[in-house]
Design a protein around this ligand. Structure first.
Ligand SMILES: C[S@@+](CC[C@H](N)C(=O)[O-])C[C@H]1O[C@@H](n2cnc3c(N)ncnc32)[C@H](O)[C@@H]1O
Length: 237
């Protein structure tokens, strides 16, 4: 009987293959199976040997081509075959990547798993935009936020959670910029707060637009994936 394999939750970084960790590259080149999200860039998929089984299990705009339950079953069944399985996620696997659900499913099935961190989109975006996320003169807090509306929840649960010394990293900001700016101001930011819209961070398609919360509604809608960096630190761009 086969020895049970192992599942690695691996971060692919924000897009530029140069931002993969050495461990992520090693695993991609030795895995038997790779299940990847839609946002993993073609340049990174090109590093996987041609004999490896590679399968997209991505979701676009919340529409799943493969359900979360199916993803769990695919990983569990592949590990039970004795295979080395890479579950490849964009950015860092622990940030807005359903890692919690996947780890629960794998552990309940008795499958060994390991997490390999990656560079989250906000870190790639800030680096390429040339701004710090903290600055002891301006920002002492960083908040990772998702504006994904599927659960019907608000961006933040209580007003006043943001303040002038917060840098807010907003993943999945959606298209309703006016509404988003209003929520951020209600949550404690000033309308003059600088804001960067970063699309396709770290790739050749990267675009950055600098604005303020007061003017966010007039900002261009760049192609997804898009991330917003909101806070005083963004004035430098
Ligand atoms: C499901 S979340 C995954 C986040 C990922 N785990 C991370 O750590 O970056 C997907 C969102 O991340 C952001 N994102 C991912 N890659 C990006 C990139 N290269 N440029 C800008 N935003 C990106 C976008 O807001 C996108 O809608």
């Amino acid at each position: 009987m086969n020895k049970t394999g192992k599942v690695y939750l691996v971060g692919a970084g924000p897009g530029d293959p140069a931002m993969l960790t050495i461990e992520a590259l090693r695993l991609l080149q030795t895995a038997d199976v790779v299940f990847h999200d839609d946002l993993v860039s073609p340049g990174i998929l090109a590093l996987i040997p041609s004999e490896t089984h590679v399968e997209s299990v991505g979701k676009r705009c919340g529409h799943a081509s493969v359900s979360q339950q199916q993803i769990h079953s695919l990983m569990i069944n592949a590990a039970k075959e004795g295979w080395s399985v890479v579950r490849l996620k964009s950015g860092d696997p622990l940030i807005f990547g359903r890692a919690g659900e996947e780890l629960d499913a794998l552990r309940s099935a008795g499958i060994e798993c390991e997490i390999v961190p990656g560079i989250s989109a906000a870190f790639g975006a800030a680096a390429r935009a040339g701004i710090p996320l903290t600055d002891r003169r301006l920002a002492s807090k960083v908040l990772f936020l998702s504006n994904h509306q599927c659960a019907g929840r608000h961006l933040l649960d209580r007003h006043g959670a943001l303040s002038e010394d917060t840098t807010a990293l907003i993943y999945m900001p959606g298209a309703e910029y006016q509404e988003l700016a209003a929520k951020l101001c209600a949550d404690g930011l000033r309308p003059e707060t600088p804001c960067l819209i970063v699309s396709h961070a770290t790739t050749r398609e990267q675009r950055v637009h600098a604005t303020t919360l007061a003017n966010l509604a007039e900002a261009p809608h760049y192609p997804a994936p898009v991330l917003l960096i909101v806070g005083s630190v963004a004035f430098r761009f």
